[in-house]
Design a protein around this ligand. Structure first.
Ligand code: ATP
Ligand code: BTN
Length: 319
């Protein structure tokens, strides 16, 4: 834990993007230059681009705006845990569900075990993206969970539009795309049902300014820096997304999918495009026709309009 505290202190100094000498950093933190050098290696292992120049010291490739618990807390109405270095924000909340109030949020700067759907890795370098999870107690139970996961995607894109960021689209069931590249992913997980309510953890990872040479991602991806003209304030963005999620989940509890189908279809990246649905070793090809009131994906095939629903389906564009 203390190890992390020192690295985080070094990062808060380096965040301004200027050179800082190893000696100066050591003095500030009460550690040796050799210890600073060791911690810098640890920081690099978190995916941060730090370089050193003889006689000048250490410098980040680009300035970094860190998340700030006080600033965030002032902008939101739900309990927040900001844990800079974590395994997975979803896992953290799943392990604490019995103590949490619905709407509670966990945010991180780095995930060592960030995960996507079906156990795939979510690449989560430090300080350049958003890793956000919210716990929600869904009184309607499991039956409402599929719709909810679609509603979350719509709510996030609409919140981005309110911030003046346009052109973000949705890929069923819950990815955010920009120009056919993945910008963000949503993962809804649930913990055993106690009584009739469902206990859901909704996790979102959004790339903000991830380095182009980031390793480990197996499909085309993008960052918000490519989408938005201006630099986005990370604290403001995180707070807006938390508020949008809370509002959308509250609305969903009251009105269900009503009105959401049109909202989804407006934003569907693949609407009226040729796609392939992959379900284990079965595949269906046709034209994507959006979603229905149950949250199922619609595909027009030579055999007619077919609907598919379930967590094991992957949608791909036809090249
Ligand atoms: P589907 O769920 O439809 O199969 P998918 O291929 O997007 O879609 P997911 O499990 O939803 O798969 O997402 C995980 C995938 O996302 C990983 O296989 C990886 O290639 C990619 N990925 C991991 N980290 C990131 C990231 N930070 N940004 C964009 N993509 C990422
Ligand atoms: C996907 O596209 O497969 C979903 C990716 C979800 C990633 C987020 S980051 C915050 C939360 N914690 C995790 O471990 N995963 C989700």
């Amino acid at each position: 834990m203390k190890e992390h505290a020192i690295k985080l202190s070094i990062l808060s100094v380096l965040a301004d993007g200027s050179f800082h000498s190893g000696e100066g950093l050591g003095e500030q933190l009460g550690i040796s230059r050799a210890a600073v050098s060791k911690h810098i290696k640890g920081i690099q292992a978190w995916g941060v681009d730090v370089f050193s120049v003889q006689g000048k010291g250490y410098k980040l490739a680009a300035p970094m705006q860190l998340l700030d618990q006080n600033e965030l807390t002032q902008r939101i109405n739900v309990p927040l845990e900001l844990i800079p270095v974590i395994g997975s924000t979803n896992q953290h909340l799943l392990e604490r569900i019995s103590h949490l109030q619905s709407g509670s949020v966990c945010l991180a700067e780095y995930q060592s075990q960030g995960r996507g759907r079906r156990g795939r890795e979510w690449v989560s370098p430090f300080g350049c993206n958003l890793y956000l999870s919210m716990y929600w107690r869904l009184e309607a139970g499991m039956a409402g969970a599929m719709g909810l996961s679609l509603v979350v995607g719509v709510a996030i894109v609409e919140a981005m539009e309110k911030l003046g960021i346009s052109g973000i689209k949705l890929k069923w069931p819950n990815d955010l795309y920009f120009q056919d590249k993945k910008l963000a992913g949503i993962l809804v997980e649930m913990s055993g049902q106690a009584g009739s309510a469902a206990h859901l953890v909704i996790g979102m990872g959004m790339n903000l300014r991830m380095a182009n040479d980031t390793q480990g991602i197996t499909q085309p991806w993008t960052s918000l820096a490519e989408v938005a003209q201006e630099d986005i304030d990370r604290n403001q963005l995180a707070a807006e997304l938390i508020n949008a999620l809370e509002a959308a989940l509250t609305e969903y509890e009251m009105t269900g999918m009503q009105g959401f189908v049109e909202r989804w279809n407006r934003l569907d990246n693949f609407l009226n495009r040729e796609i392939r649905l992959i379900m284990g070793n079965r595949e269906v090809e046709g034209i994507s026709r959006g979603i229905n009131e149950q949250g199922a994906v619609l595909i027009e095939t030579p055999a007619g309009l077919e609907t598919y629903i379930g967590g094991e389906i992957s949608l791909r564009k036809l090249e």
